[in-house]
Design a protein around this ligand. Structure first.
Ligand code: HPA
Length: 248
């Protein structure tokens, strides 16, 4: 099966609106079960595969996502190109709620997650070049697609990835800011590294849900507000990816 684009949906994105002639694929992997069925279908005349990272009813927390099974499943279905949609908190002043960002770097603060397909007994140790964690051509294609849709989008930024599921303390965000992080999320890693191990083209479309703790005008972060902003930002995903598909 050819898949023109695979999309991993994050918080607030549990199904891909407008996907037609859908079929559900339950994929078994050597690493266990993915977060749910992969839904394949057509969108703007192209083949798209969609997987909800947290499950379709949001039951899988960030630290328990089976990132290896998810990436493996998309690859096994024939995907070569993956756009990961991630809900994030903004640290930089211009990355307030509802901002769209295509980050170009990552700092990984997660722990205790399986970070490699080779992290199994007896497998040969493998090191990948990860200087540029995202595929630049795919990043640029997302930025161009959003702009062609008349949407403001920020090209580049450092995506700090925390363990979750709790949000961060103000001191943690202040430290991340000093480290150079512009955004904070809980699911960007090891997803990006695993995609690289499989040789996939991979980029992230980050949707800012809130200012991170102590950043911008954040005093207290309300989960209701996060989901309200996410719903608004998520509405931009199908038009951006539709335009992206037109250019592929
Ligand atoms: N921190 C971490 N992950 C997030 C946040 C945040 O403030 N908002 C949305 N995802």
């Amino acid at each position: 099966m050819t898949i023109d684009l695979a999309v991993i949906g994050g918080s607030g994105l549990y199904a891909f609106e407008g996907l037609e002639n859908t079929e559900r694929q339950q994929v078994d992997t050597p690493f266990g079960a993915p977060s749910g069925d992969v839904v394949t279908g057509s969108f703007r005349g192209k083949r798209l595969a969609f997987l909800a990272r947290h499950g379709e009813s949001h039951t899988v927390p960030p630290h328990r996502v089976n990132y290896r099974a998810n990436l493996w499943a998309l690859h096994a279905l024939g995907a070569q190109r993956v756009v990961a949609v991630n809900a994030v908190g903004g640290i930089r002043d211009d990355m307030g709620p509802r901002a769209l960002v295509v980050p170009d770097q990552i700092i990984d603060y997660t722990h205790g997650r399986y970070t490699s397909f080779n992290d199994v007994e007896g497998a040969e140790v493998r090191h990948i070049d990860f200087s540029e964690p995202y595929t630049e051509s795919l990043r640029q294609a997302i930025v161009a697609a959003a702009r062609a849709e008349g949407l403001a989008i920020i090209d580049g930024g450092v995506h700090g990835v925390t363990q979750g599921p709790r949000l961060e303390t103000r001191a943690e965000i202040a430290r991340m800011n000093r480290d150079g992080c512009d955004l904070v999320g809980m699911t960007g890693m090891p997803e990006a590294a695993l995609a690289r191990e499989l040789g996939l083209d991979f980029a992230c479309l980050a949707l800012v849900a809130n200012f991170a703790a102590g950043a911008g005008d954040a005093v207290e972060i309300s989960i209701e507000e996060i989901f309200e902003h996410l719903a608004a930002a998520t509405a931009n995903v199908p038009p951006i990816l539709g335009r992206l598909l037109d250019t592929l």
